[in-house]
Design a protein around this ligand. Structure first.
Ligand code: UD1
Length: 427
């Protein structure tokens, strides 16, 4: 797997003026594979995951699991996790803090072993990410949760099926409740559940392992408790955010890109928006083709939980608005700090301002090349797309963020005709 640990000191140099065109396939979703790896804790023996992306978050999650006593082998796109009968329940602080998604071991550990201790993940570049709804869900199932010296401690004597209604369809809190309820006594019902395709993928894996979950992908998920799970082999669902990144890049660079390995329904709303800005979008059972001639038109976009426009594509929406004809308003409804990206676009000459949840962007024909900083995975990818629409060479710094979520980003951009190279940081 790639995921170069020194990429904190590396930048991407992106030369503007190229057009993305060609065919590209996407690997499994980051936001699924990390959770599937955690689900492997719920069954003794070897769980095999295929179609895994080569991203640095995968070895980071492997470390979290190794500290709990699992053996993890990563080979090509396959990850094999061998879980002992009694894995540990205390996540290594350093391994867990490196990976915010490590919170996804909480539900599996509490569900199977009735106890878990994890370091409270720090604040994130995209905004505060509390765990109160995760705790509430576990408490409903009969666990006791508390904060202790910066760690979240969860314990239960036994877990009993219960009903819980989320006040917001949180992805993480849905996963914690469902995974903890799978081995509880009796039936649990989660209302206002998140409907993301990655939730469906996790429930599919759990059902293949012997769980009895119905309603995944809808707002009500019902979980009938079972006594035990057995390990299986499972293929990770394709990454809709990566697929949409290439589709949006095609529109921004007036290109022609076919993306395979993705169910177009997963990005239906994104594709509708691309059609509205002027793109020609074709879809097949597991591919999309996006072509753009001429300058895209401005369009207002607001992020929402699935099936709405994903917050993870908000930086790309702002980058697209920056080169579109007219004025766009982008509204962020999930993560308050995600508009840090706008400051980077201003460095590239974009006339943009933010007010609370809204960003107003006046599009330009061509952006100014500049030195810009990736503050998170998606912001990094958005900056590279913006750099492709700039007049000269843009340096995108701190590309370790991009390596956390995109397999072979440089190779993939180049395969589509983009001019990009990875270099040691220039200062
Ligand atoms: C996941 C994704 C992330 C994506 C997000 C929304 C992973 C590893 N990450 O993050 O890429 O952007 O879904 O699609 O899958 N909240 C609370 N209390 C809680 C839980 C959440 O207030 O207990 C808030 C968060 O601060 C945020 C909102 O709910 O404002 C949505 O968060 P959530 O859906 O839980 O996102 P994550 O699971 O953290």
């Amino acid at each position: 797997m790639s995921g170069n640990p020194t990429s904190r000191e590396e930048s991407f140099l992106v030369r503007g003026g190229t057009r993305l065109s060609g065919e590209i396939s996407v690997a499994g979703a980051k936001n699924s594979v990390l959770k599937l790896m955690a689900v492997a804790l719920m069954a003794e023996g070897r769980t095999t995951l295929t179609n895994c992306p080569s991203i640095s978050d995968v070895p980071a999650m492997a470390d979290v699991l190794r500290h709990l006593g699992c053996t993890v082998e990563i080979s090509g796109d396959t990850v094999v996790i061998d879980t002992p009968a009694e894995p540990g329940h205390i996540a290594d602080d350093k391994a867990a803090q490196r990976l915010r998604a490590s919170v996804c071991i909480l539900g599996p550990l509490v569900g199977r072993h009735h106890r878990a201790v994890i370091a409270m993940p720090g604040g994130d570049a995209i905004g505060s990410r509390p765990l109160n709804w995760h705790q509430n869900g576990l408490n409903r199932l009969g666990a006791r949760t508390r904060m202790d010296h910066g760690r979240l401690v969860a314990e239960a004597t036994e877990l009993r099926g219960a009903s819980y209604e989320l006040s917001f369809p949180s992805v993480g809190a849905t996963e914690t409740f469902v995974t903890a309820a799978v081995l509880a006594k009796g039936t649990s019902v989660l209302k206002n559940a998140a409907r993301e395709p990655e939730i469906v993928d996790i429930c599919d894996l759990l059902n293949e392992m012997g769980a009895q979950i119905s309603g995944a992908g809808t707002s009500t998920i019902t979980i009938r408790g079972v006594d035990e799970l057995t390990p299986v082999s499972h293929r990770v669902v394709g990454d809709r955010i990566v697929a949409a990144t290439w589709a949006m890049g095609a529109v921004m660079t007036r290109g022609d890109v076919t993306v395979t390995g993705i169910d177009p329904m997963f990005i239906h709303v994104v594709l509708e928006n691309l059609r509205a800005v002027g793109a020609d979008v074709e879809t097949g059972p597991d591919h999309i083709r996006v072509r753009q001639e001429g300058r895209p038109r401005a369009r207002d976009i607001r992020t929402l939980p699935f099936p709405g426009f994903p917050t993870d594509l908000q930086p790309m929406a702002i980058a697209l608005a920056s080169v579109s004809e007219g004025v766009s308003v982008v509204t962020e409804n999930l993560f308050e700090a995600r508009f840090r990206f706008v400051e980077e676009m201003v460095r590239m000459g974009v006339d943009a301002e933010t007010d609370g949840h809204h960003a107003k962007i006046v599009g330009r024909e061509r952006l100014d090349s500049a030195t810009v900083w990736a503050s998170d995975i998606r912001a990094g990818a958005g900056l590279v797309l913006a750099g492709m629409c700039a007049d000269d060479v843009t340096e995108v710094c701190e590309v370790f963020h991009i390596d956390r979520g995109y397999s072979d980003f440089v190779g993939n951009v180049r395969s589509l005709g983009g001019d990009i190279e990875r270099v040691p940081i220039h200062r």
